[in-house]
Design a protein around this ligand. Structure first.
Ligand SMILES: *Cc1c(COP(=O)(O)O)cnc(C)c1O
Length: 398
């Protein structure tokens, strides 16, 4: 569970946990500033995406660390938006996913929530809800320029946007779209962005008062040349120190390290099977360490037999056999015996001594993506926060 204990990072005061993830909030803050710099404007334009409990690292602590350097937050649904408010966050909150009909009242009543609108019927439903509550609602209209998930198709966009603009009870915050492949297909992304820009231009030429647009995700921040103007970008992954594209990598500070401990070390004889299915069998005497983490904690079972490694004493040790629900086994034969005693720390991703295992590496071993690794961190993994340096006012570099 999220543990709101703040700590200095000194091993001496680490709790005796079996598994925990250490989150450097100062690094999150630096990454939010780096994202802002990609926009090439002084106007704050970063929308910090903190859905799914801040990509598994803790929504409210992350939001508190960046709230004075970002323009707004984005979450998946109304429950997450309300959790941000309960955590004391007062910035505007974009609610990205389509709301269910019965969620609209809570969206209207929660001050500063900005839901998505995809079609005329949805716009009218929000207008009725807002009228019933006697308060105006800000919304963002989503246009599907290639994601194929939600929103108005380009041919319908004008109708939806004008429906919102003409309503007494609705206010058009922005027109938004989303990139399906900014990290993998630069050509498509550039064309998609141009198409979106043309659509916006034609709306503006038809007289639509539109202050803001938003299309970029993390990978989109470096994917195309910006033309200036008040553009918002929804930055998720990069806040958490993981880059979806090479260009961003050098801009980012590492945020999270995931730890567990050795519970037991044994020397297994040759020909001994390790873990379920006996998919790994020792070829000689092997010192095998057992770790206090498994797939129920979010360490992917899929990486069994895929050459995955963990760090112990800063050195890489191979994972042996299948990952089980609560435990996994690693080969510690290469390490000195006295550096593998029960309680010794192992790093599943992050830095230790000279070593580093990235979230990307763990994702590649398990055939998935970094987003999936972070959001998969389970409830037994304690979240520990290194506080951001005193949050300074203004634009002074932190
Ligand atoms: C999750 C999400 C994002 C954030 O994407 P990252 O790649 O993590 O930056 C941005 N926009 C929308 C609509 C999303 O659903």
């Amino acid at each position: 569970m999220a543990d709101f204990l703040f700590m200095t990072g000194k091993p001496a005061i680490r709790r005796n946990w079996r598994t925990w993830v250490e989150v450097d909030l100062g690094a999150v803050r630096k990454n939010a500033r780096a994202a802002q710099q990609c926009l090439h404007t002084d106007q704050p334009g970063i929308v910090a995406v903190v859905k799914a409990d801040g990509y598994g690292l803790g929504m409210v602590p992350v939001a508190r660390a960046v709230q004075d350097v970002v323009r707004a937050f984005a979450v998946a649904n109304v429950s997450e938006a309300m959790a941000l408010r309960e955590g004391g966050i007062t910035s505007p909150v974009y609610v990205l996913g389509p709301a269910l009909p019965w969620e609209r009242t809570a969206l209207v009543e929660g001050a500063g929530f900005c839901p998505s609108v995809s079609d005329v019927a949805e716009a009218r439903a929000y207008a009725r809800t807002a009228e019933a509550a006697g308060r105006k609602l800000s919304v963002h209209v989503v246009v599907d320029t290639g994601m194929g998930r939600m929103g108005a198709l380009p041919a319908m966009a004008a109708e939806v946007v004008w429906e919102v603009a003409a309503s007494r009870w609705l206010e058009l915050d922005s027109v938004a779209s989303h990139f399906p492949s900014a990290d993998t297909d630069r050509h498509f992304t550039v064309e998609q962005e141009q198409g979106f820009r043309h659509l916006i231009q034609s709306l503006q030429e038809a007289g639509l008062p539109l202050e803001r647009t938003q299309i970029a995700n993390s990978a989109g921040l470096t994917a195309y040349t910006r033309r200036g103007g008040p553009e918002l970008a929804r930055a998720g992954l990069i806040l958490y120190g993981v880059s979806p594209v090479e260009e961003c990598r050098k801009l980012l500070s590492p945020v999270a390290s995931w730890f567990t401990r050795i519970t037991q070390v044994r020397t297994l004889p040759p020909g001994w099977g390790v873990s379920y299915g006996r998919t790994y069998v020792t070829s000689g005497p092997t010192r095998v360490g057992t770790l206090a983490v498994g797939y129920a904690d979010g360490y992917p079972r899929q990486l069994s037999g895929q050459g995955a490694q963990v760090l112990i004493g800063g050195r890489r040790c191979p994972v042996l056999g299948r990952v089980t629900m609560d435990q996994l086994m690693v080969d510690v034969s290469a390490l000195p015996v006295d550096s593998t005693v029960p309680g010794t720390e192992a790093v599943l991703f992050g830095c230790q001594g000279e070593g580093e295992i990235t979230v990307d590496e763990l994702a590649a071993w398990s055939g998935t993506i970094s987003w999936d690794i972070l959001t998969g961190l389970g409830p037994r993994v304690h979240r520990v926060y290194l506080p951001a340096p005193a949050q300074e006012a203004g634009n002074v570099e932190g």
